[in-house]
Design a protein around this ligand. Structure first.
Ligand SMILES: *Cc1c(COP(=O)(O)O)cnc(C)c1O
Length: 484
């Protein structure tokens, strides 16, 4: 497809404002103005509309395709919450308003949303307070680990290490390292949980805490969780819960009740914001009492008279972690979604997420090697090891699925499983769409036996064929993508 610049015809316009016949107030000084015309494409309104409409139709999205991308799945993105987020009373607020004396009274509704959402998230997770500031899951993790560091500093603890299991999401060790800790990795045992004997060997007084993705990226709940928490707490370590995929346990189990002290939630995964392309998102971080003093400022508190205000009076706070109050409209979507679902609705989310994932697991294991054959939570991990012996790898199967009009599952993650294919159907997919996916996976397996050469050069239906991934990752140059 041509670039919009290639459609440019000199002098063509969609719309033109009449020249101003009054002087321009506050004109930008000449030295800052560009000397030449800006080289924008010269196109008509229709050219623009058609160009961008065509591009948008090439999007792979949850609105058009099944999206079983494990761990980072597009979960439920109802249109209702989009309507709420677009309400002018919220969307037209200026972010500086609450800091003005008169302004505070104009944003009481928005402050109430943040306050109420905090109460709801506390109830859902068993935490005591939440900060809404972090802008993504990984940002939430960094906030959490910075609070862990502040806690140890305040107590005079000498701590150096954060423990992370080998099945962790990659952001866990990355954030702990950015926050200045050294990482101790612990192996998974044969059930996909943390190896307790190895953990015991590795715990010392210098351990600041442990980060656990739970259920982990294998889609498994760690049955040793209470023992793990007791071992970490015995050295005054902090238990960090990566709650990115809260749809697995919503309404069933609360991290605060099973020994965790701090956690983040990806509201852009579990609570209705479309998640993709890196954002925008929100990663509220919840803490139990012992970490409350270290939360970022400001927090929304309620006065006796019932009004809400931004409270900056937290002397031990780690400070600001984002500008203003976080991604407010994302928080608003989460709030609307939680109220819409209610307690029963949230329980249904985890019921269906887990039921769907187990249905997929039971069906797919007929043809694909299953990494851990246990009841799973929201996702399960397969291996294309049998197909790989026939020369058809996980990546080939992913490209095959694209040609069938399906978004591929996550492949080659987690790293602890060879040729991994991580499937998360989510709570909202019907049996029919899951069956269609299963049928395509079976067809891929069949073809790997009868016609393995079919997979060469897939996908065939996309504007871009298969990029040279190694080259593309090192040197971003679109000519490495063979465009059709
Ligand atoms: C998505 C995810 C993250 C990171 O969240 P971002 O919002 O993408 O930064 C962390 N942990 C797990 C388990 C995830 O699935």
């Amino acid at each position: 497809m041509d670039l919009i610049f290639e459609k440019s015809v000199a002098g063509r316009r969609g719309f033109e404002n009449p020249r101003s016949d009054v002087g321009i107030a506050g004109e930008i000084p000449a030295k800052y103005r560009r000397k030449e015309e800006c080289p924008l494409p010269e196109v008509s309104e229709l050219d623009v509309v058609r160009h961008f409409t065509k591009l948008s139709q090439r999007n792979f999205s949850v609105d058009t395709q099944f999206y079983p991308l494990g761990s980072c799945t597009m979960k439920y993105n109802p249109k209702f919450t989009e309507t709420v987020a677009a309400m002018e009373g919220f969307s037209c607020l200026h972010p500086l308003l609450p800091q003005l004396k008169q302004g505070e009274r104009l944003v009481q509704g928005a402050l109430e949303v943040i306050y109420d959402l905090e109460q709801l998230l506390c109830e859902i997770t068993g935490m005591d307070r939440f900060t809404m500031q972090p802008l993504a899951g990984a940002h939430g993790e960094l906030t959490g680990v910075m609070m862990i560091a502040a806690y140890h500093k305040a107590k005079g603890n000498k701590k150096k290490y954060i423990i992370v299991p080998d099945s962790a999401h990659g952001t866990n060790p990355a954030t702990a390292a950015i926050a200045g800790y050294e990482i101790i990795s612990v192996r998974s045992n044969q059930d996909g949980g943390m190896d307790l004997a190895e953990l015991k060997d590795k715990i010392t007084d210098e351990v600041a805490g442990l980060m656990l993705t739970c259920p982990n990226t294998l889609g498994l709940f760690d049955p040793g969780i209470d023992k793990i928490a007791a071992m970490i707490h015995a050295v005054d370590g902090i238990m960090y819960y990566d709650g990115a995929n809260l749809n697995a346990i919503l309404g069933r189990c609360r991290p605060g009740d099973i020994g965790f002290d701090v956690m983040h939630i990806n509201v852009h995964k579990t609570f209705s914001t479309p998640h993709g392309g890196g954002g925008p998102g929100a990663g509220p971080v919840g803490v139990t009492q012992k970490l409350v003093p270290f939360l970022p400022v400001s927090l929304v508190d309620k006065r006796k008279g019932g009004t809400y205000y931004l409270n900056y009076d937290y002397p031990q706070s780690i400070g600001y972690i984002a500008s203003f109050y976080g991604n407010f409209s994302i928080l608003l979507r989460a709030y609307a979604y939680i109220l819409m679902a209610g307690k029963k609705g949230l329980e249904d989310v985890s019921n269906h997420a887990v039921l769907n994932a187990n249905y997929m697991k039971e069906r797919l294991k007929e043809r694909f090697a299953l990494a851990y054959d246990r009841i799973c939570m929201h996702e399960s991990v397969f291996s294309a090891s049998r197909q790989a012996e026939r020369g058809v790898h996980a990546i080939d199967i992913a490209k095959f699925l694209i040609d069938q009009g399906l978004h591929p599952p996550t492949v080659y993650f987690p790293l602890s499983v060879k040729e991994s294919i991580m499937v998360e159907p989510t709570e909202t997919e019907s049996k029919e769409s899951m069956d269609r996916f299963i049928a395509c996976m079976f067809e891929a397996d069949e073809l790997s036996q009868t016609h393995p050469e079919t997979f060469q050069g897939l996908p065939k239906t996309m504007p871009i064929a298969r990029p040279d991934e190694v080259k593309a990752a090192r040197d971003i140059n679109t000519s490495y993508f063979q465009s059709r």
